[in-house]
Design a protein around this ligand. Structure first.
Ligand code: GLY
Ligand code: MN
Ligand code: MN
Length: 435
């Protein structure tokens, strides 16, 4: 079970004495005229509270060594709950969320100056939201008006991110369990798509296959908008239109991952619509796969965050020379970034509550060392633009990415998304079984 009190205690231990941290919930966002986007809680807020309602704010006060958590949330109002759903309310919040005090959200503006009185610094996500910046600065101004009563106003606005996001970067056991489960559900969603595909289907129908599978297995939302790109659409890195018909002979790139209780998975597989890779597709696919296996092997404590990327660049460049898509000395080609027209993104990002999760990538200007509890993706790819006249025609329009979710362990790594096949033989065997 996620332990939100433990998360708060960890943050308190990083906060200086006589400070206040302010962490608001996410807002409901309008999609179009009276229709909202599905609500997604702020990851920072959920990490510290476990609370899923909007219109809420958490205060963490550390005063003379004493730590106190205060929640502001929507009051229980029957007439409102009939329209917008159940609200926890203040009394139940104290009990269920184990906060020290709870007030109606309407009280926040009035009470913030009191909580800031004699607090030296205010930790918040400054610069993230103009509305919250204004609210906090206004509260500081209110405290200043009380200076003749001997109450000191805060003298420093501190970014909360370096403290909170460093905590979020290291996943605890319950978080790893959730992420492994999310990855497993998504993995089987990818398998379902590989088994269902037929030339003539539309890309969004495979998107639907994965979503249905994930919903059936307990995931309410995707972690991000799925990418289902067939043919040359696979060369568009953030393709989300997903509205084209799949053709015989196409490769299909699916980048999709579900979210489970606010924790993400992020998986990409590329497979042939008709169940068989053609020789050019196979050659490029096996090159990407070779780089991915080697990059995963580079995920271990002691190596730095950029190690897998460096491994990928070398293997892809060597392979592109062997296949005739690049020519020249490999070291020089790497130095001159000759791979860039075919591989223009990085190999990894942190993964956690956010798909591109928080946490610093560098420390003192250097790539940080990998440590147990970090989770990162390994996602090399090759994308040969359909109009790239620098390469033989037979390569054009092929887009490939292979992405897995990898936990750093004390003696190496664990691939959380290992259940989706990725060798040519395994993919072709799986697809042959289905037809
Ligand atoms: N799905 C987003 C990414 O792979 O970074
Ligand atoms: Mn990714
Ligand atoms: Mn992805």
């Amino acid at each position: 079970m996620l332990n939100f009190v433990q998360h708060r205690d960890a943050l308190f231990s990083k906060m200086a004495d006589n400070t206040l941290a302010v962490v608001p919930s996410a807002d409901v966002l309008l999609r179009n005229r009276d229709a909202d986007f599905p609500f997604r809680q702020s990851s920072d807020f959920f990490y510290l509270s476990g609370f899923t309602e909007d219109s809420a704010c958490l205060l963490l006060q550390k005063k003379q060594g004493q730590c106190k958590t205060i929640l502001f949330c929507q009051p229980k109002v029957k007439e409102m709950e009939i329209w917008t759903g159940y609200r926890l309310g203040q009394d139940a919040a104290i009990d269920q969320l184990q906060v020290d005090e709870a007030f109606a959200i309407e009280e926040l503006v009035k009470q913030l100056p009191d909580f800031m009185g004699d607090c030296e610094q205010v930790y918040a996500a400054w610069g993230h939201s103009k509305a919250w910046d204004a609210k906090l600065i206004n509260a500081i101004e209110q405290v200043k008006l009380k200076s003749r009563l001997g109450i000191q106003a805060p003298t420093a606005m501190q970014a909360i991110e370096p403290l909170l996001h460093e905590l979020r970067l290291f996943k605890g056991e319950a978080e790893i369990e959730l992420m492994a489960k999310a990855a497993s559900i998504s993995a089987h969603g990818h398998i379902a798509a590989m088994q269902r595909v037929k030339p003539g289907m539309y890309e969004y129908q495979l998107e639907g296959t994965i979503r249905q599978h994930c919903a059936e297995h307990g995931s309410r939302f995707d972690a991000y908008t799925s990418i289902v790109g067939s043919g040359a659409n696979a060369c568009i890195l953030h393709y989300t239109a997903n509205d084209q018909a799949i053709k015989d002979g196409d490769l299909i790139l699916i980048d999709a991952g579900c979210e489970l209780n606010h924790y993400a998975s992020d998986i990409t597989r590329t497979f042939p619509a008709n169940g068989r890779f053609n020789p050019e597709q196979k050659a490029l696919y096996e090159l990407v796969l070779k780089s991915q296996f080697a990059a995963i092997d580079a995920v271990k404590p002691g190596n730095h965050f950029n190690s897998p990327h460096e491994v990928v660049l070398r293997i892809l460049t060597e392979g592109l020379v062997e296949l005739g898509l690049l020519s020249g000395d490999v070291d020089t080609l790497i130095k001159e970034e000759a791979f860039k027209p075919f591989y223009m993104h990085r190999t990894s990002h942190w993964l956690g509550m956010d798909v591109h999760d928080v946490g610093a990538y560098k420390q003192d200007g250097n790539w940080r060392k990998l440590e147990p509890g970090m989770v990162l993706t390994i996602e090399p790819g090759l994308y040969i633009a359909p109009d790239d006249e620098s390469v033989d025609e037979k390569w054009r329009g092929i887009g490939i990415r292979i992405e897995d979710d990898v936990l750093v362990t004390s003696d190496g790594h664990r691939v959380l998304s290992h259940e989706v096949p990725k060798t040519v033989a395994d993919i072709e065997a799986l697809m042959a079984q289905a037809s």
